[in-house]
Ligand binder design. Structure first.
Ligand code: DLZ
Ligand code: SF4
Length: 509
């Protein structure tokens, strides 16, 4: 019988992957390949590359133990092609195969590459999710607005998670209002579970150090889980020690406590080491047992069955052009501070510094510090998107692009976000301890020492009044602006222009 190739990509490390289910270990050959192109099409953070390559190697061993023959290509194999399709062609030639079974990749670029390969490639649906692009489209059909909250409610009903009959448990769908507390310093907070690299990971770390030396980010210390068993332990640790406070403090940012109550398992989830249904079931069990308050459990479940699935639906619905949307016409180049360039803004320095060291920052750091800054400064959203895709270990385009292009940069014209997530320094001062150690003053609204967020916030709203001025949810902020004395408004706009000029000239801001 002619052999078929089963393709398993670096973010498809699940034993129940549709391509593996469709294959036959007695007949088919699994192809896994470490390839240069996947590491450099955006310059991924070295920790992210190491996570993926080490997890791939461990997964290949598990597949072999389960009876599969695996053709595994290492990055330093002199025969290796540079791309996934190059490797498929090479393996097809060597084994006389013409047919490939794949699970659809999470990025249009690779979907197109597989379509264009001169082989018979079947791309099966990726069903490691609780919804599907088809179900999302059916939900979206005929709706004027695609609001996450309504999609989420449908997912609650569909999964039955935290439901009492057809009513939400506790009487409310969403407990976000209880989730906005600044966090106290707590030296005993557990933090995410860390794993010592084994020999496979050590080998990968040396390889990544040699091959991707110029990429932004620290490779070591490397402590990520690299197998499903480790990822489950990491989640278990979170559920036991950190989940109870997750709700209250999920938006809080603390210097020196990078993870607060976050689970830091999104990278494991997104490469297939964890399944969303399993982790939600565990969260619900903790809540049912009375060990976790409802606002924590609901807040966590909403991120997983709500936001995550909703954004995936948007990505596949909107098509390959989505990442080039630029509804606000923003053109500024990404400032050097995003790559670790000097800055006097402590919140940005902390968030970028932590991103460099951990390949991780939590959602409010991403949305309200770096994302907010890029949006207020009018940075080209395609460049912002590429940055997020490169620097975060959990960033794959299906989830990263709608988060950045849609939610953070409102570059999709308002599909994901009904109003821009922008704020002055006030919000950051409330939710973090960053402002106390900052060279700028968050209470100063104009002049040299004024927090740049305070200046750029009004400048942004003023610049985009045509678009946002009629949005009823933006009414109060425009009224505040209009009530300011005319000369004060002029000063704000003049000082903001100076901040932007400094950014453009490469001066330290
Ligand atoms: C991100 C990534 C990296 C850095 N390296 C590889 C690789 O060497 N081999 C592989 O199969 N996958 C890798 N990936 C993940 C792919 O980029 C990912 O599958 C696509 O971007 C689609 O989400
Ligand atoms: Fe950030 Fe402004 Fe606070 Fe400084 S003062 S940390 S720039 S919000």
């Amino acid at each position: 019988m002619v052999r078929r190739l089963i393709l398993v990509l670096g973010d498809q490390l699940s034993h129940d992957l549709s391509a593996l289910r469709a294959g036959d270990p007695a007949r088919d050959l699994v192809v896994m390949a470490e390839v240069t192109e996947e590491g450099i099409y955006v310059r991924h953070h070295p920790k992210k590359i190491a996570l993926i390559l080490s997890a791939m190697r461990h997964f290949a061993d598990e597949l072999r133990a389960a009876g599969w023959e695996v053709a595994y290509t290492r990055l330093d194999d002199p025969q290796a092609a540079r791309s996934i399709t190059g490797e498929l062609l090479r393996r097809a030639g060597a084994h006389g195969a013409t047919e490939v079974i794949a699970t659809q990749p999470g990025e249009w670029r690779l979907i197109a590459a597989l379509d264009a390969a001169p082989l018979r490639v079947t791309q099966l649906p990726d069903d490691r999710f609780l919804s599907s692009p088809e179900a999302f489209n059916a939900w979206a059909e005929g709706r004027r607005e695609l609001r996450m909250e309504y999609f989420y409610r449908e997912m609650r009903r569909k999964t039955g998670l935290m439901m009492e009959g057809d009513k939400p448990a506790g009487g409310k769908w969403n407990y976000d209002h209880d989730n906005r507390k600044p966090a106290p310093r707590d030296l005993l907070r557990a933090g995410p579970l860390r794993f010592a690299p084994d020999t496979i990971t050590e080998e990968v770390l040396d390889l990544v150090a040699a091959r991707f030396a110029g990429h932004f980010g620290c490779l070591r210390p490397f402590w990520f889980a690299v197998t499903a068993a480790e990822a489950r332990r990491a989640f278990d640790h979170f559920a036991t020690h950190l989940l109870p406070g997750f709700g209250d403090y999920q938006d809080a940012m603390l210097t020196g406590d990078r993870f607060v109550h976050h689970s830091v398992i999104s990278m494991y989830l997104n490469i297939g080491l964890l399944h969303p249904g399993d982790i939600c079931a565990r969260v619900v069990t903790e809540w049912q047992a009375g060990r976790v308050p409802i606002n924590a459990a609901e807040g966590y479940v909403r991120q997983v069955i709500g936001w995550r699935e909703y954004l995936r639906g948007i990505y596949f619905r909107e098509g390959p052009g989505y990442v080039r949307r630029n509804a606000l016409g923003h053109r500024r180049a990404l400032p050097a501070v995003f790559w670790g360039g000097e800055t006097r803004m402590n919140c940005v320095a902390q968030t970028v510094g932590q991103t460099r060291e951990e390949a991780y920052a939590h959602h409010i750091q991403r949305l309200m510090v770096t994302g907010n800054f890029a949006l207020l400064a009018g940075v080209d959203p395609a460049q912002v998107h590429e940055w997020y895709l490169a620097v975060y270990a959990d960033a794959f385009e299906w989830v990263e692009a709608p988060n950045v292009i849609g939610m953070s940069q409102v570059a999709d014209g308002g599909i994901v976000a009904s109003k821009p997530y922008v704020s002055s320094g006030n919000y950051i001062a409330k939710m973090s301890d960053y402002c106390g150690a900052c060279a700028y003053s968050v209470t100063q609204k104009t002049g040299e020492g004024a927090c740049p967020f305070n200046l750029l916030y009004w400048d942004f709203l003023h610049r985009h009044r045509d678009r946002f001025g009629r949005n009823p949810r933006m009414g109060p902020v425009y009224r505040t602006w209009d009530r300011m004395a005319a000369d004060r408004r002029e000063t704000v706009l003049r000082d903001a222009a100076q901040v932007l000029a400094r950014l453009d000239s490469g001066a330290v801001v």
